[in-house]
Design a protein around this ligand. Structure first.
Ligand code: SAM
Length: 224
């Protein structure tokens, strides 16, 4: 349950150096800006996306948030093993056990992130469970807070109804817009996302078609 989760009271209290030691050298020149997480995988599961991001964006810190303790422990062990097998690689990805629906602003500052990934989120089919969906007006306000203007949210699901739900909520939210078709076509990560995670591979084996979408954080409205 949630009371066993630990989370920082403020982003600056988080021990990021413990998660990404190779990006926090003890001999860093004084005044050097500390490295900051830029990519977040919400509900990262067994970490397939993190591994792919480590290979494609080795200089960008990416963290996966995973609610289930055993799954988060598995993913942490997976990353530890990869780091040990290839010293110098995979130092930019980490997994944290966290409830992304409750604690996002505890981990990340306003406008800190450039990419958020919501891959195969739990569908919570029943109407009474819709409040647990990780796409909702309240959650979009939080995603909008932690993303910088121009930052992107990637969604993939094999549940058509959930895809429509996400399109509707992002479409209706003032802080987000769908990525224009030309940019969508040129988006290099998009083709990778449906099959890079464990859930994506499962959907593929079962013959369930994935639906993807990308939304962009709009610029902040001018101050009144
Ligand atoms: N993204 C992974 C993939 O594509 O393989 C996992 C998909 S799985 C269907 C959804 C994951 O989200 C589960 O591992 C679940 O524990 C996690 N999850 C659900 N609610 C969450 C929350 N509030 N915060 C963090 N993780 C959550």
């Amino acid at each position: 349950a949630d009371h066993t989760l630990s989370y920082p009271s403020r982003p600056q209290d988080m021990d990021w150096a413990a998660l990404f030691p190779s990006f926090f050298p003890p001999d860093a020149a004084p005044g050097t800006a500390p490295a900051r997480v830029e990519f977040v995988d919400v509900g990262c599961g067994y970490g397939g996306l993190l591994v792919a991001l480590a290979e494609r964006f080795p200089q960008t810190l990416a963290v996966g948030l995973e609610l289930r303790g055993k799954v988060a422990a598995f993913t942490r062990a997976r990353i530890r093993a990869l780091r040990a097998a290839r010293p110098g690689a995979y130092g930019n990805v980490a997994c944290v056990r966290a409830n992304a629906m409750k604690h996002l602003p505890h981990f990340f500052r306003r406008a800190q992130l450039s990419k958020l990934f919501l891959l195969f989120p739990d569908p919570h089919f029943k109407r009474t469970k819709h409040k647990w969906r990780i796409v909702s007006p309240a959650m979009l306000a939080e995603y909008g807070y932690v993303l910088r203007p121009g930052g992107l949210v990637y969604t993939v699901t094999d549940v058509p109804e959930l895809h429509q739900w996400m399109l509707r909520h992002f479409g209706e939210h003032p802080l987000f817009e769908a990525l224009p078709p030309a940019q969508l076509a040129a988006e290099p990560l998009l083709p990778l996302l449906p099959s890079v995670t464990e859930e994506g591979q499962r959907a593929r084996r079962a013959g369930r078609a994935p639906n993807s979408a990308v939304f962009r954080r709009r610029p902040d409205p001018p101050a009144a």
